[in-house]
Design a protein around this ligand. Structure first.
Ligand code: LLP
Length: 418
């Protein structure tokens, strides 16, 4: 969706006033472009919405771990929600205060836990009894006592795509309420941990606030007998609209629904998508256009390797031309060149007549875009550009073929890229 940062100005799609065409001329396509202004705006909006809950916000790095973006968000006052030692490392390098790092994840390895303990991160969200015992042992060895929240699987089906629902009984995430209850009852058996919280994250792109409220209530009921367990990590999941037809509750509605419940609680949250999704676009070029099977296929140099969400979740991202055109719009299947039928960026984009070389923007691509990009078909991952203070700069360069070969141990010489 277009917004205050990404919109047309005298017929040209701009990022905070900078014509995106100028960036393409310099850097080529495909390329991700982010708006620093929009990032800061989103961070401030979350901070405002959650101020009545005094919530401590942790940006979920998995949505977009680009160092520069994490640094901006850290400077804007957000901590970090991480799910791997790699993300711990990235958050630290971006300048996030270790005390403001929350480590979630269903299968943290001993090596990852030890690394995070050494870094003195503030919180672990623990997802199994085994992990709790392991963490206690490693914390003893490290001589550091972290805060711990037990991740509750509340047995609630979130209204969202099944691939990104995490709070129902069949999901691998967290622990059912009876297990959480029994661990809370013996929490003093883990003397090297401060087991003071409960964590719930029931899914991403949540379609309603009801299930979140229900999950928080259950967490509170479980913690009620223990006056030292008064922290609630409510996870992330706050949805964003991808098209003008999308009807999701705004994040303010989540905050308002929870505020009356959590007055006496310390609250943490882990938003990812709501921070970065609409702060990024993916720019692509049309390679060829062909009509077949009654459809117009617009084949582009962008692909599922750059933006996996349409292929993986059937997600819809609006696709618009970089130069506004006053011509009749007709549906087109926007695809990439990858050898998979599911290599689709949009199944029915309304676009003007197009030909080779025309430029398009895939909107609302800042979250889970570059983060999930791959080198399938030996495609190099796109560069990332940041628009800030009336200018723009490359914050991650385009990969080269040398980059792709760097880890292969029997590589010979060759050209580095086209
Ligand atoms: N906390 C935990 C424990 C999570 O698992 C996640 C996301 C978040 C926070 C942040 O959720 P958000 O605020 O971004 O909804 N690749 C998928 C989304 C996967 C989300 C995984 N966990 C997509 O492209 O839609």
């Amino acid at each position: 969706m277009l917004n205050d940062s990404f919109r047309y100005d005298t017929g040209n799609l701009c990022g905070d006033g900078i014509p995106l065409q100028a960036i393409v001329q310099a850097v080529g396509t495909p390329v991700y472009v982010y708006s620093a202004t929009r990032l800061r705006h989103n961070a401030a909006r979350l901070q405002r919405a959650f101020a009545p809950l005094k919530a401590e916000l942790h940006y979920s790095l998995k949505a977009n771990p680009n160092l520069t973006l994490v640094r901006i968000l850290s400077q804007a006052g957000l901590g970090a929600d991480v799910v791997s030692a790699g993300e711990v490392d990235r958050a630290l390098r971006a300048g996030v205060d270790p005390a403001r790092i929350v480590f979630a994840g269903v299968g943290k390895t001993p090596v990852e836990i030890a690394f995070a303990l050494q870094a003195r991160i503030g919180w672990f969200n623990v997802e199994s009894p085994d992990e709790l015992a392991l963490l206690d042992r490693l914390a003893a060895e490290e001589g550091y006592t972290p805060q711990v929240a037990l991740r509750l699987n509340p047995g609630i089906h979130a209204q969202t795509h099944p691939h990104i629902a995490t709070g129902h009984a069949g999901a691998k995430f967290g622990m059912p309420s009876d297990v959480v209850a029994s661990l809370l009852a013996v929490r003093h058996a883990y003397p090297h941990l401060r087991l003071v919280g409960i964590h719930v994250h029931i899914g991403s792109q949540l379609g309603s606030v009801t299930e979140t409220v229900e999950a928080v209530r259950l967490a509170q009921t479980l913690a009620a007998p223990y006056s030292d367990v008064r922290t609630l990590n409510i996870g992330g999941g706050f949805p964003v609209p991808y098209t003008t037809d999308d009807r999701y509750p705004p994040l303010e509605e989540f905050a308002q629904a929870l505020a009356p419940l959590v007055c006496d609680w310390r609250v943490l949250a882990e938003p990812g998508r709501a921070v970065v999704a609409d702060a990024g676009v993916l720019l692509i070029s049309v390679t060829t256009v062909k009509e077949q099977g009654g459809q117009r296929f617009v084949v582009t140099d962008g692909s599922m390797t750059d933006l996996l969400r349409p292929a993986l979740y059937g997600a819809t991202h609006q696709v618009v031309p970089l130069v506004e055109r006053d011509e009749t719009l007709a549906p087109a299947v926007v695809t990439g060149p990858v050898c998979e039928s599911t290599d689709v960026l949009h199944r029915a984009a309304l676009l003007p007549p197009l030909r080779s070389g025309d430029l398009l923007a895939v909107l609302t691509a800042g979250a889970y875009g570059m983060a999930m990009a791959s080198n399938y078909n030996l495609r190099t991952r796109p560069p990332e550009v940041l628009v800030e203070d009336g200018g723009w700069r490359v914050i991650r360069r385009r990969e080269t073929w040398d980059d792709l070969l760097r880890l292969e141990t029997e590589a010979l010489g060759g050209v580095s890229a086209l």
